[in-house]
Design a protein around this ligand. Structure first.
Ligand code: PLP
Length: 430
């Protein structure tokens, strides 16, 4: 189909990037299970290797099945291009890779997925990069943390795990004022609930493992580029603005304009870091995205019902869901994620750590897993699992205190989920 800007989200989630297979007419996107592609002739091969022609060389860089997913994600997020990779964590490294260098830093929100806190506070140091953790509700603190070595600002739209919503427009304005890109992890919201590029983000990263695939089958990640950042406005981003020795001095920004980041991520990032998404994985994610809007609507509807029920229950200390009127972030829904605050939230159980462990072990429909964004309802006690590596202060800041459990509400019958929580809370209290 032609990607007319007039098509609605429900149409684009099924059709964007896909067309009947030119060789066979296959209606569904084939899984191109191949590592390499035959060159037409030696000149064609040379043009591809010089980046003078776009095409397929080797599946570490590009693959036709993965390319359909890339185009679909770019369309749904309102970006100019996207690069898929092997996981959400790979996407985060790939997003920072063209921007950072030894001695450079990224200013990040304290409210992040536990694995991201570990990646940013520990692992990236080995590249000579560092992260400065700041409360993103304090815009002056964000501004103050940005220094001459800062190359990006990073946050999540709807933050995992704590029912927090970032004021993306305000943070984007701060990043803009400092001449650095804002990177938004939009995993928990998906482009159906939140479109960060429209709110000023330069790059959007995803763990496609979660809602985009939606059924807990494959690990994957993606980076979507808005195409709006001027990489040549300062000398801060030489990988994109200066001559690239491995491509005969080609300058990515000068040559590819708004697609500079996307082309660099494929031609240098995937080529050298090798964090490639496989075509089978892309296929499962494409299948999932076809029903994204339908699932997200039900996820949100169920989450609101269950959060309201929990909030009214004596055995529960508090519920942090931005979709509740009692949430300090309720007012941000209108501007940041107008179709709802997602389906991920935490609640505190009276009785603390012990009661949480009993609750988790007593549930029958909810599965105790380190995952989220599945059709199935999931629960995890973050303090003993995903946020275990963090200090008590980091756990508290991330909304993962010892008396708190995180729910990822699925698309089952809400009444069944409430009944399951009810019986498990009774067991936890006894
Ligand atoms: C899961 C998750 C990640 C990491 O993604 P993987 O696919 O597991 O590597 C990053 N950010 C958020 C918000 C996540 O939920």
């Amino acid at each position: 189909m032609t990607d007319g800007p007039s098509y609605g989200f429900d149409t684009l989630q099924i059709h964007a990037g896909a067309r009947p297979d030119p060789a066979t007419g296959a209606r569904q996107t084939p899984i191109y299970q191949t590592t390499a592609y035959v060159f037409r002739d030696a000149d064609h091969a040379a043009a591809l290797f010089n980046l003078q022609e776009v095409g397929f060389i080797y599946s570490r860089l590009t693959n036709p099945t993965v390319a359909v997913l890339q185009e679909r994600l770019a369309t749904l997020e309102g970006g100019v291009g996207a690069v898929c990779c092997s996981s959400g964590h790979a996407a985060q490294i790939m997003a920072l890779f063209p921007l950072m260098a030894p001695g450079r830093n990224v200013v990040v929100s304290t409210r992040l997925y536990g694995g991201t806190v570990t990646q940013f506070s520990q692992t990236i140091k080995r590249f000579g990069w560092s992260a400065k953790f700041v409360d993103f509700d304090d815009l002056d603190a964000v501004k103050a943390a940005i220094d001459d070595d800062t190359r990006a600002v990073f946050c999540e739209s709807i933050a995992n795990p704590g029912g927090y919503i970032t004021d993306l427009r305000a943070v984007a304005d701060v990043a803009d004022g400092a001449g650095v890109p804002l990177i938004v992890d939009n995993t928990s919201a998906t482009p159906y609930l939140c479109r960060p590029i429209e709110q000023g983000a330069t790059l959007v990263v995803h763990s496609t493992t979660k809602y985009l695939t939606g059924n807990g089958t494959v690990t994957g990640g993606a980076i979507v580029d808005s195409g709006t950042f001027d990489w040549s406005a300062s000398d801060k981003f030489p990988s994109l603005s200066d001559p690239e020795p491995a491509y005969h001095g080609l300058k990515f920004h000068e040559t590819f304009g708004p697609l500079a980041f996307t082309f660099h991520s494929i031609a240098v990032g995937l080529r050298d870091l090798g964090m490639t998404m496989n075509p089978q994985g892309a296929h499962y994610t494409l299948m999932g995205i076809e029903t994204l809007s339908l699932r997200m609507e039900r996820h949100v509807e169920n989450a609101v019902k269950i959060a309201e029920w929990l909030e009214g229950d004596d055995r529960v200390e508090f519920v942090t869901y931005a979709g509740l009127k009692s949430s300090p972030y309720y007012d941000r829904i209108k501007t940041v994620c107008p179709k709802g605050a997602g389906a991920l939230f935490t609640f505190a159980v009276k009785g603390g750590y012990e009661a949480c462990v009993k609750l988790v072990d007593s549930l029958e429909i909810f599965s105790h897993v380190a995952n989220l964004g599945d059709t199935r309802s999931l629960i995890i006690h973050s303090a003993s699992t995903t946020h275990r590596q963090l200090t008590p202060e980091q756990q508290e800041a991330a909304g993962a205190a010892p008396n708190v459990v995180r729910l990822s509400i699925g698309i089952e019958d809400a009444d069944d989920l409430i009944a399951d929580l009810d019986q498990a809370l009774s067991k936890a209290a006894s």
